[in-house]
Design a protein around this ligand. Structure first.
Ligand code: NI
Length: 175
């Protein structure tokens, strides 16, 4: 496994629509392992393939729930319910966050590593992460839909006796 370079806002690769995955090759398995490693290394809770420069419909999400990492291949949202307005960040926009309204619950259909179709329900942060990552696959960033200006978040305030979960909140759960 290897860390991949995270592309930053302004890189044209983040504005392009990704192509569907037709089969999982060895190369794509390595890509997915690298995406997970890169996401964890950056303390993110989600990462989409275009964020590492690959225009394929693949994303990974891990919000620390009992499911562990979700590996979503060709994902689509098949239903949404409710609304939540809250902080959202992105590993491609480091040190910043914005206020974004998303559905409170979503149902996602995606293929797994064996190309079997799976259905996942997400609520709260998980729903937010699914929406954010699937937007990346269509070339969209949360900054396009943020309400009001982005604001600074970052690890600078972490070091006085804060616990890990507080630090994560300050980092804005980057996706
Ligand atoms: Ni993102």
């Amino acid at each position: 496994m290897a860390l991949r370079e995270i592309r930053l806002e302004g890189d044209p690769v983040l504005t392009k629509e990704c192509r569907p995955v037709k089969a999982i090759t060895e190369r794509q398995k390595i890509l997915i392992e690298d995406m997970l490693e890169t996401m964890y290394d950056a303390d993110g809770v989600g990462l989409a393939a275009p964020q590492v420069g690959v225009l394929r419909r693949i994303c990974v999400v891990d919000v620390g729930d009992e499911h562990g990492p979700y590996i979503l291949i060709n994902p689509k949202i098949i239903s949404k319910e409710g609304e939540q307005t809250g902080q959202e960040g992105c590993l491609s926009v480091p040190g910043k966050a914005g206020t974004v309204t998303r559905p409170m619950k979503v149902t996602v259909e995606a293929q797994d590593l064996d190309m079997n179709v799976q259905t996942y329900e997400g609520e709260g942060l998980l729903a937010r992460a699914f929406c954010h990552e699937i937007d990346h696959l269509d070339g969209h960033m949360y900054t396009e839909i943020a309400e009001g200006p982005l604001y600074e978040v970052g690890p600078e305030e972490e070091d006085e006796d804060s616990e890990e979960n507080v630090a994560n909140e300050e980092n804005g759960d980057a996706l």
